[in-house]
Design a protein around this ligand. Structure first.
Ligand code: G3P
Length: 216
């Protein structure tokens, strides 16, 4: 499963990229606002840190406006992936951009039927929001299982990018279902490294090593 960081914070992206485990980055207008940075500038910087896809979201609601914005965004770098909402206008834009070889991430997906539409529109990625699905009394992971089943039934190549991940259990479940990608806040990704027994084990080994009086 590919790991994307869901953030526009440069320091976090650099730290995660240094592990060699980061396959891409996703941003959205809320994350750009939170960073306090200029959209074009920060997106360019992120694209220079990671080799994989960096999602940058359009804000226009009509097809012509989305195409206009996508034209500006895709000039930033070759690894920019245009993020469009799962609407009729968004999927028209998806179809046009992917036909032209541009990567597209169809976002704000909350149903398996919506995911089916995104795949038919040729999306590179579809982003079902599991956390927000859970928040509203549904099981976000049921949605991921349904999308996996449908995509496998028809051999759709659209990658399932599990978004709105809130904790490590979401990551584990997404991996068990066979999602292609997960995007999570840096704190959630860093949390995956942690286990109390790993920390306790290091502590014990170091204490015993000190008793030997040796050095490497
Ligand atoms: O990038 C979209 C998504 O991951 C948002 O997550 O936590 O705001 O629902 P959240």
């Amino acid at each position: 499963m590919k790991f994307f960081a869901d953030t526009a914070e440069i320091d976090d992206i650099k730290e995660l990229a240094a592990t060699g485990l980061l396959d891409g980055v996703t941003t959205n207008p809320s994350l750009i606002a939170k960073s306090g940075r200029d959209f074009m500038e920060v997106t360019k910087e992120i694209c220079g840190i990671v080799d994989g896809p960096v999602s940058a979201e359009v804000v226009a609601l009509d097809h012509a406006g989305m195409m206009r914005e996508a034209e500006v965004l895709r000039k930033i770098a070759d690894n920019v992936c245009i993020k469009v909402p799962l609407t009729i206008e968004g999927l028209k834009t998806c179809k046009a951009l992917t036909a032209d070889g541009t990567m597209v991430n169809v976002t704000l997906c909350f149903s398996a039927n919506q995911a089916l539409l995104a795949a038919k529109a040729g999306a590179t990625f579809v982003s079902p929001f599991v956390g927000r699905h859970d928040d509203n009394g549904f099981d976000g992971m049921d949605l991921i299982s349904d999308i996996r089943l449908i995509y496998d039934n028809y051999a759709f190549e659209t990658e399932i990018l599990v978004a709105s991940i809130r904790h490590g259990v979401h990551v584990l479940q997404a991996a068990k279902i066979g999602a292609d990608v997960m995007t999570a806040p840096p704190a959630v990704i860093k949390g995956l490294f942690k286990h109390v027994l790993t920390e306790k084990g290091i502590e014990g080994f170091l204490a015993d090593w000190a008793k030997t009086g040796q050095s490497i």
